[in-house]
Design a protein around this ligand. Structure first.
Ligand code: AR6
Length: 188
């Protein structure tokens, strides 16, 4: 299954692309995982990435936990592992916020998850990065709101940073793609 239908927007010297698809099939420098703070895998996109990435990804997550984050990766932070058996060279694992109604810092934490993932990619000289729609599955963040935070954060990043060529949002359903398209029309 490789269904890639979508849009492209030039922002600064980079591009933002919206596509429908499965992020585990994307060939890119890094894909981002919407993980939880344990970094030990889970459901949703996290489960899919570990399933395809294989034991190497989990081993590296365990090492990062032991060496850097014994109590778990805090919400909004990001770490990087290799891509294991994925087509992507690296996986950037970040933790989005759980939606509690919007008054517990959710927008800022979600923006942090995107920003820290992008900064990590730049620090490793990565040029292309693919995101899922962080927090809008199990974590319950309304996708209309989350898509605006995601696109605004990436746009502001690309306006300041010229070392990233392409940021792709890989949306899992036609509805999710439609929501991101609607948000992009107003923001990009
Ligand atoms: N490719 C792209 N997007 C996907 C894929 C895929 N293969 N699979 C699911 N999605 P979620 P969260 C979409 O729940 O809300 C996990 O258990 C999905 O349709 O994966 O940040 C973690 O371990 C949705 O639009 O992540 C955490 O415990 C989006 O990815 C928790 O869920 C995010 O949904 C994180 O929750």
């Amino acid at each position: 299954m490789k269904e890639l239908i979508g849009d492209e927007f030039q922002v600064g010297r980079g591009k933002i692309c919206l596509v429908k698809g499965d992020i585990t099939e994307i060939e890119t420098d890094a894909i981002v995982n919407a993980a939880n703070s344990t970094l030990m895998g889970g459901g949703g996109v996290d489960g899919a990435i570990h399933r395809v990435g294989g034991p190497k990804v989990l081993e590296e997550c365990k090492r990062i936990r032991a060496a850097e984050w014994p109590d778990g990766l805090p919400t909004g932070k990001a770490v990087i592992t290799s891509g294991g058996n994925l087509k992507a060279k690296y996986v950037i694992h970040t933790v989005g916020p759980v939606w509690h109604g919007g008054n517990r810092g959710e927008p800022e934490l979600l923006a942090e998850a995107y920003r820290n993932s992008l900064n990590l990619a730049v620090s490793r000289r990565l040029k292309t990065i693919a995101f899922p729609s962080i927090s809008t599955g199990a974590y319950g963040y309304p996708i209309e709101k989350a898509s605006r935070v995601a696109l605004t954060t990436v746009k502001e990043f690309l306006e300041k940073e010229d070392k990233v060529d392409k940021v792709e949002f890989v949306l899992f359903s036609a509805y999710d793609l439609k929501v991101y398209r609607g948000a992009a029309r107003g923001l990009l």
